[in-house]
Design a protein around this ligand. Structure first.
Ligand SMILES: NC(=O)c1ccc[n+]([C@@H]2O[C@H](COP(=O)([O-])OP(=O)(O)OC[C@H]3O[C@@H](n4cnc5c(N)ncnc54)[C@H](O)[C@@H]3O)[C@@H](O)[C@H]2O)c1
Ligand SMILES: [Fe+2]
Length: 411
């Protein structure tokens, strides 16, 4: 029975992989470089947009990180409304509150300013603007925003101008937004090309104040995107694979520099670009069980996403075993950890060891102390629901395998 089930998953993934060639993969236009945030109002003005909603969080407001944006919008005479209450792991309530402000102020576009949480909140808000009759819960999964819209010949979501202030999620270029349901403690992705931002501002100056621990964990999230996308089957094309390899190389070369010296603008810029490349790669190549398990630890216990990724990644890569040796051996070259004379299995191991080494130098723990035994079957079931059959992973995991992996993550 399980063999039949796995055959169905692989057939589904193969067909999806073919279908990927027909999707509209519209990459955002990029505005980049130190201080580039100041150019954003002229881009907005050029699009003849007169009123925007800014979606951000309290942490960034208290750091005054948006001040130069507010000033530039005022001088360009662009009206703005503000929603600044996004929580880490954004909730449905956050989205509904942002939507209300958008409508009350008759906004025409959204500036998503912050890490993945504000960006994802903004993306789903834009979907709710376009589809007011469809709840966030019903947008869960793949194409649940665009398909009903096509049926009803309805409008497209408003443009999103994404301004990442962490170098991690790549949400500024992905078709994904991850939402938390505070009632059910579930955390799940909404995937749809229509919520992909139209513009991305990659300004490293906005990331210099990111504390070392968040620099480390969000950077490891970007690494997870590149790795999970690269080792997946069927969905990738040359561009996504090349960008994943580049991202791995750039992250190994820069994450520790940015961690040790937040003011290293060169390293910050490289991390921002690597995070964008990794996002570009996984938005088509997809992620895998690291994300499936991590989202559900986030939903159940509020574990920050990047931290979940960093801790879980080596366990899942080890679980894949031989099925992932070839792509991991290739990534060992990109990371600069493969040595002459090593065979494929040794290179794959060198890569996994290098990830563990990075984690330890970045002061990231190797286990979680929040996991409760009684929750493990539910976490595993939800992770399997997210991943199978959608993610084209090197080796398919069943619920019992997943339970064993989660148990090994427990401190
Ligand atoms: N849409 C996607 O494609 C995608 C991909 C991966 C993760 N995610 C989601 O993104 C969310 C996580 O995003 P994140 O890791 O970027 O963290 P985050 O947005 O939750 O931010 C974490 C903390 O860092 C602070 N912060 C952000 N930028 C800062 C800066 N420049 N200086 C100082 N503090 C700063 C924030 O105020 C916040 O307190 C999760 O919900 C995750 O599931 C989405
Ligand atoms: Fe992620």
């Amino acid at each position: 029975m399980w063999a039949l089930q796995k055959a169905y998953y692989r057939t589904y993934q193969f067909v999806m992989g073919l279908g990927m060639n027909f999707l509209p993969w519209l990459e955002p236009e990029i505005v980049e470089g130190a201080g580039s945030i100041k150019k954003l109002p002229s881009v907005i003005k050029w699009k003849d947009i007169k009123s925007v909603l800014i979606v951000t969080d309290q942490g960034l407001m208290s750091l005054h990180l948006l001040d130069s944006l507010f000033e530039a919008l005022n001088s360009a005479r662009i009206k703005y409304a503000l929603y600044d209450q996004v929580q880490p792991n954004p909730t449905i309530e956050n989205i509904e509150a942002a939507l209300k402000i958008y409508n009350e102020n008759k906004c025409e576009a959204i500036i998503a300013f912050g890490g993945g949480s504000p960006m994802d909140c903004a993306k789903v808000t834009s979907a709710r603007v376009a589809r007011p009759g469809r709840s966030v819960t019903r947008m869960r999964g793949l194409f649940r925003v665009i398909l009903p819209a096509l049926k009803m010949g309805s409008v497209f979501p408003p443009a999103i101008f994404a301004v990442p202030t962490t170098a991690g999620t790549g949400s500024e270029t992905t078709i994904a937004a991850v939402v938390s349901n505070t009632q059910t403690h579930e955390k799940y992705p909404i995937n749809d090309p229509v919520i992909r931002p139209r513009y991305a501002v990659l300004d490293p100056e906005l990331t210099v104040g990111l504390p070392p621990h968040i620099t480390a964990t969000t950077g490891m999230d970007a690494l997870t995107h590149a790795v999970e996308s690269y080792i997946g089957k069927f969905y990738n094309n040359t561009a996504t694979s090349v960008k994943a390899v580049l991202a791995v190389e750039m992250i190994f070369n820069n994450i520790e520099k940015a961690f040790k010296d937040g003011n290293d603008l060169e390293a910050r810029g490289q991390m921002l670009l690597a995070s964008y490349y990794a996002g570009y790669s996984f938005t088509r190549g997809a992620v895998g069980y690291v994300h499936g398990i991590g989202h559900n630890l986030g939903g159940m216990y509020g574990v920050p996403h990047g931290l979940a990724m960093s801790v879980i990644m080596p366990y899942v890569l080890e679980w894949y075993g031989e099925a992932a040796h070839k792509p991991l051996a290739e990534l060992a070259e990109a990371a600069g950890v493969s040595k002459m004379g090593m065979n494929r299995a040794q290179k794959a191991k060198a890569f996994i060891d290098a990830v563990k080494g990075l984690n330890s130098r970045l002061n990231i723990p190797s286990k979680f102390d929040c996991i409760k035994d009684e929750d493990i079957p539910t976490i595993a079931e939800r992770a399997m629901y997210e991943c199978n059959p959608t993610y084209p992973v090197p080796k398919i995991m069943g619920k019992e395998d997943c339970i064993a992996v989660i148990k090994s993550l427990k401190a």
